[in-house]
Design a binder for this molecule. Structure first.
Ligand code: CA
Ligand code: CA
Ligand code: CA
Ligand code: CA
Length: 392
């Protein structure tokens, strides 16, 4: 009796191990992402309870020629790749491979940054070559002639670069971040990328190395410090109050329709100082008219040549570039004279602005003086000064 009872049990167990239910091929396949970059790690899960032959032991699937798992891209494939059960009775099988890309210089130093290769038998340690615009397909012969498949995409990404803040005070640390999954060249170590950082005060700037935040984040960070008193060096950038600081990441891994050899400068900007218009850097004195000897004229007349004079004074503790603009408009608002000078002021320095003018017509005019950062950057550095003049 006992013997007869045991035999069907053993037979049933052996039967399940060999041939899962042909008519209910249930074994969903999952990738850990829908889209990968060329050198990502790929985690694969197949829920195949029918292949949990031994509920007390770790089973595996894929590594047999009758029911193989094949993982492939357009150019390469891994055959009979083994996945193993996550626990003795889970019926869930996992494994991972690392995409090994194709030969390409991703950082512009002249050397290829990848080691394309296809090897391995699973459940970990497999490598699989991949192109830029590729597909990743896994197939599992669940039962004789019943093949289940799942696919994911492989493509490059346009990188991003950003400052942690829109503006920084002069003593702040400045965090710069590059996000480019394509530069996670090795998903098992920290990679890095180079960022060029410059300021208005140092247009040549510095090159800094940004390091990946973890082994496979594809996010890279660098911290620099700003200095007002020193030259740029290492991770120290010369930048004065009011400067714009610029970070450039050159992305050499661009998605279609760019060519594989294309590159693109990805740019971010931030400000040093308050970031808002700051009109207290320079003071503009009262505007007056004077003769050629600099004596003030009280009753200016038509066709007489005058000097329009004002003084500007630096209120800053450091050298300040400026552009001073003198604009004269008639009573209809038409501009009859516009002139500017470009210069710089040392800390506390006072500077006389003198502009000659010969009014052709009688009437009332408005003389305005502005101080801007530059003609290109109309950020005011001073409160504009306005003076009304009557020509007789
Ligand atoms: Ca098992
Ligand atoms: Ca390289
Ligand atoms: Ca990495
Ligand atoms: Ca990229």
């Amino acid at each position: 009796m006992l013997v007869l009872f045991l035999i069907p049990l053993l037979f049933s167990s052996a039967f399940a191990e060999q041939i899962p239910d042909y008519y209910k091929p249930y074994a969903p396949i999952y990738f850990d992402r829908d889209v990968y970059s060329w050198t990502d790690k790929v985690r694969i899960t197949i829920a195949a309870p029918a292949w949990n032959a031994n509920q007390y032991g770790i089973d595996s699937i894929g590594d047999d020629s009758d029911h193989p798992i094949k993982i492939s891209t357009s150019s390469a494939s891994l055959n009979q790749y083994k996945l193993t059960e996550t626990s003795p009775n889970s019926g869930v099988f996992t494994g991972e491979i690392i995409l090994s890309g194709f030969a390409h210089d991703a950082d512009g130093d002249g050397d290829d940054d990848t080691t394309p290769r296809t090897s391995g038998s699973g459940p970990t340690g497999g490598f699989l070559e991949a192109d830029r615009d590729d597909g990743l397909t896994i197939s599992f012969e669940f039962a004789d002639g019943v093949v289940l498949t799942e696919s994911a995409q492989i493509q490059w990404n346009v990188g991003e670069v950003e400052f942690s803040n829109p503006n920084y005070l002069e003593d702040d640390q400045v965090l710069i971040r590059v996000i480019d999954p394509d530069m996670n060249l090795n998903p098992e170590t920290l990679d890095d990328v180079q960022i060029d950082v410059s300021s208005d005060s140092d247009s040549a700037g510095i090159k800094v190395i940004a390091t990946e935040t973890d082994d496979e984040s594809g996010i890279f960070e660098a911290v620099i410090i700003l200095t007002q008193s020193d030259d740029s060096s290492g991770n120290r950038l010369r930048a004065l109050d009011g400067d714009t600081i610029t970070a450039i990441y050159k992305d050499m891994t661009l998605p279609a329709p760019n060519s594989i050899r294309d590159d693109l400068d990805i740019i971010a900007k931030s400000q040093v100082g308050s970031g808002s218009p700051d009109t207290s850097k320079i003071a503009i004195d009262e505007i007056y008219l004077a003769d050629s000897q600099g004596r003030q004229i009280q009753n200016p007349k038509q066709n007489q040549q005058f000097q329009i004079i004002t003084h500007i004074q630096s209120l800053e503790s450091h050298k300040q570039d400026f552009t001073n603009i003198i604009q004269i408009t008639d009573q209809n608002g038409a501009v009859v004279s516009l002139s500017w000078i470009v210069g710089n002021l040392n800390s506390g320095q006072n500077f006389e602005i003198s502009q000659s003018w010969t009014p052709k017509h009688k009437g009332q005019y408005t003389v305005e003086a502005f101080v801007w950062k530059s003609l290109d950057d109309a950020s005011p550095l001073a409160q504009a000064r306005v003076q009304t003049v009557t020509i007789q």
